[in-house]
Design a protein around this ligand. Structure first.
Ligand code: DX5
Ligand code: ZN
Length: 228
């Protein structure tokens, strides 16, 4: 079994929060012990939805000290890395399926003084990312088709998650392995068992009818129970 020895980290996704009260969502995430905030940027081309841009990231940045992970679901990451860096992103993650050379884009992110992340769609094979892993500080394996929160976790991605974890262990650097999409009390532990140590959670924190702080605590408990 491919367990990660890295600490379990949770990143609530603001996409599932009430955009009219993002400040409340940020406070709830902090109080619930979040390790970072996940911000989903969508351009209406790479994915069939539009979310928000650098101005919102800037305003979130002013309201928290939590690291901001920017998940760029955009066709041309090169055009936007500067703006999201300046807005206060800490990790700038783009998709392997987007336009541009991922290694060159990773260097562009490092030149901005930020940490590069690489995201991978559910049906993109491990072979597409294997050689790129040493360039990145975070790998985001998507367990839903990107574009919307609140979708069901795709269990067929679990073997790929395990492959990425094993490859990262061979690289020998501590790289966060993130799982993004449909993470719940049931699926979070499954992803942990396959080697994920970083858990993006949208609806299971902000849109399940219970208090976000409590949701986060319960998720952490469930996931930590699965990691030796
Ligand atoms: C989907 C986004 C996810 C999403 C997660 O395209 O990348 O980060 O907000 O939301 P849940 O946890 O509800 O699937
Ligand atoms: Zn995301």
């Amino acid at each position: 079994m491919a367990h990660s020895s890295l600490p379990v980290r949770l990143a609530p996704s603001l996409l599932s929060a009430d955009f009219g009260d993002l400040e409340g969502a940020i406070r709830a995430a902090e109080e619930g012990g979040a390790d970072a905030l996940h911000l989903d940027v969508m351009d209406g081309h790479f994915v069939p939805n539009i979310s928000f841009g650098p101005a919102l990231v800037r305003d979130v940045r002013r309201r928290t000290r939590l690291p901001l992970d920017i998940h760029l679901m955009v066709e041309e990451p090169a055009r936007f890395l500067g703006a999201f860096s300046q807005a206060g992103g800490d990790v700038l993650a783009f998709h392997v399926e987007a336009r541009g050379d991922p290694a060159a884009l990773a260097h562009q992110v490092r030149d901005l003084g930020k940490r590069p992340g690489l995201a991978i769609r559910p049906d993109t094979p491990f072979s597409r990312v294997e050689a790129l892993l040493p360039e990145f500080d975070e790998i985001i394996v998507m367990t839903v088709h990107p574009g919307f929160s609140g979708q069901a976790f795709l269990p067929h991605v679990l073997p790929k998650l395990r492959e990425v974890r094993e490859a990262l262990d061979r690289v020998g650097r501590s790289v966060d392995l993130s799982v993004d999409g449909g993470v719940t009390l049931e699926t979070g532990p499954l992803a942990a068992g396959a080697g994920a140590n970083f858990f993006v959670c949208g609806n299971s924190v902000f849109a399940n009818g219970a208090v976000p702080q409590e949701n986060l605590r319960r998720l952490r408990q469930a996931i930590q129970g699965r990691v030796p």
